[in-house]
Design a protein around this ligand. Structure first.
Ligand code: PNS
Length: 169
């Protein structure tokens, strides 16, 4: 009967993994896999940002993400605009997941986590370390490498590699 009293917890632990995902890399996928093992539901959500000039539209990025997370039964793909913590609250999520690759990520991530905590103290940010094989990987670098003729095999899931080739080459 305890679970009835717990209210939100009885519906399971919901976490949001927010980002730009332009496009999803194997580093993101590694984090999604880790997050899917830690939470009952993991919502991977793309920020709708009018000020950024993405390579892929939000709809294309959602489609690509949906394709590569298909085999995780507790992972969903969504998009959001406005404040991340308000979106998390609407979704009933108590946790924000962010990846840390190197010390250089830490300052920006700490600042965001503390601001988010100030805005909604009940929502926790959890930092996950991607596998070391992905510690150098970013969507920005993958796009740069392929546009300069480099080989991006192994950096992104295969269907994403195909999409990148079609879009850039
Ligand atoms: O993949 P990114 O671009 O590093 O993701 C950044 C993201 C989407 C997590 C961040 O820009 C964000 O949360 N934006 C939503 C607006 C917001 O809540 N701003 C205040 C957070 S400190």
């Amino acid at each position: 009967m305890k679970s009835l009293i717990l209210g939100r917890a009885s519906r399971g632990r919901i976490a949001i993994y927010p980002g730009s995902f332009d496009p999803v890399t194997n580093g993101h996928l590694d984090l999604i896999e880790r997050g899917s093992r830690m939470f009952d539901r993991l919502i991977v959500s793309i920020l709708r940002n009018e000020n950024k000039q993405p390579l892929f539209s939000v709809e294309e990025r959602m489609e690509m993400l949906a394709e590569v997370v298909e085999h995780f039964p507790n992972v969903e793909v969504d998009s959001f605009e406005g404040l991340l913590v308000d979106y998390a609250h609407e979704k009933g999520a108590g946790v924000l997941v962010r990846g840390i690759r190197a010390v250089s990520d830490y300052e920006y991530e700490l600042q965001m986590a503390l601001m988010n905590r100030r805005l909604r103290p009940e929502i926790e940010t959890v930092f996950l370390m991607a596998g070391e094989a992905f510690s150098f990987l970013s969507s920005r670098l993958v796009k740069e490498v392929i546009s300069l003729g480099g080989n991006i095999h192994g950096f992104v899931p295969e269907p994403i590699e195909e999409r990148l080739k079609k879009r850039i080459l």
